[in-house]
Design a protein around this ligand. Structure first.
Ligand SMILES: [Zn+2]
Length: 163
């Protein structure tokens, strides 16, 4: 008999990332600690400490958002439907110069992470200011990220780096 797992997701349509991108209808995923220990038919009969019925749901690997500025969730809607240069130079950069700080970035990244988690995203590639704070907030949210510090040819008030 298979070893008991901590959590068994049952009755799900399970999407995999194996060589054939196998889809297991009405199947299961077994979790022990922070690891998947069985997926698909091998998981269906696993004894579990907790079972979650996922009937009508899809269980799949987390999505990756390859382009984020997570902390900018705080300025969403501030200026929309503008040309990029007008939006960036005329609105975003002046606002960022005035308000962006490690606290702003921490709060905005937390909001961005909450929205991404709700959308099935588990990993993202971010570029903004104070990326060490982005990394901390991301780790606190239980997500993964590739964090890249902004480098500009003009002074931003946040970082001056001439390339
Ligand atoms: Zn961008």
């Amino acid at each position: 008999m298979a070893e008991a797992c901590d959590l068994l997701l049952t009755n799900a349509t399970v999407l995999t990332m194996d060589d054939r991108f196998t889809i297991h209808p009405n199947s299961a995923v077994a979790v022990a600690g922070d690891s998947l220990v069985a997926v698909g038919p091998d998981a269906v009969t696993r004894p579990a400490r907790e079972t979650l019925d996922c009937r009508g749901r899809v269980v799949m690997p987390g999505l990756v958002n390859a382009h984020t500025h997570a902390a900018m969730a705080l300025v969403r809607g501030l200026a929309d439907d503008l040309r990029l240069d007008v939006w960036l130079m005329g609105y975003m950069m002046p606002v960022e110069r005035e308000f962006v700080s490690p606290d702003f970035v921490r709060l905005g990244t937390r909001l961005g992470c909450a929205e991404m988690i709700r959308s099935g995203i588990t990993c993202f590639a971010d570029m903004y200011y104070f990326e060490e704070t982005v990394a901390e907030a991301t780790a606190e949210a239980g997500m993964r990220a590739l964090c890249a510090q902004t480098i500009l040819r003009c002074p931003t008030g946040l970082l001056l780096c001439v390339i």
